[in-house]
Write a new protein. Sequence first.
Length: 214
Amino acid sequence: MAAGLAVALSMQDARGAPVSLEAYAGRVVVLDVWAPWCAPCRASFPFLNDLNARYASQGLAVIGLTLEEAAHIQVPYVQPVSKAEVVRDVAFVLVSPFALTGSALTSISNLRGNSDGHRRWVNAVGIASGLTTIMVGARLATSDMSSDITPIGGALAAIGTTSVALSVRGIHRHRDIVEAQREASRRAIAQATVAPIVTTGSHPSAGVGVSLKF
């Protein structure tokens, strides 16, 4: 916009810093007015982000303006984050180290010392930590933070999937072993114990006692 045509519009960005359209005098400004409840508006964010990144060096500025979010101008153009999303992301950051460590350790255990699944707590930890690692990986893989984060998210999801798969395999193996032991016990051959029986007195007698154990 030409310097003399700059609109005297001054608001705050998402961080609370003052922003004025006068600062964009001499640049081409795309001012997009949107609302959080508008699905098509939110769907257009990736396109507008790409547009801003591609032509910013040539004088283009893309600004998203919403009056339903404390009249903030979003600079750069970003999708608003709800409180629920913030809480979820903070929780992921806090639990992800423990989930990743649990997934790795239980996977190693299920491949070696717990291959028959007899340590039930290892299987339970492996499933819980694996599912959490999968969710953290999926969040990173689908985030808009950076394209470099996507492979990391995929790797975490793979580690979590491996942990869950090995733990489930251990549970099935342990169940099969226990069932086989029960079946063998039911089919056990009868054991016979033979012992002599001798009585004394006026009518002495002798015999053999036989006991069967099933």
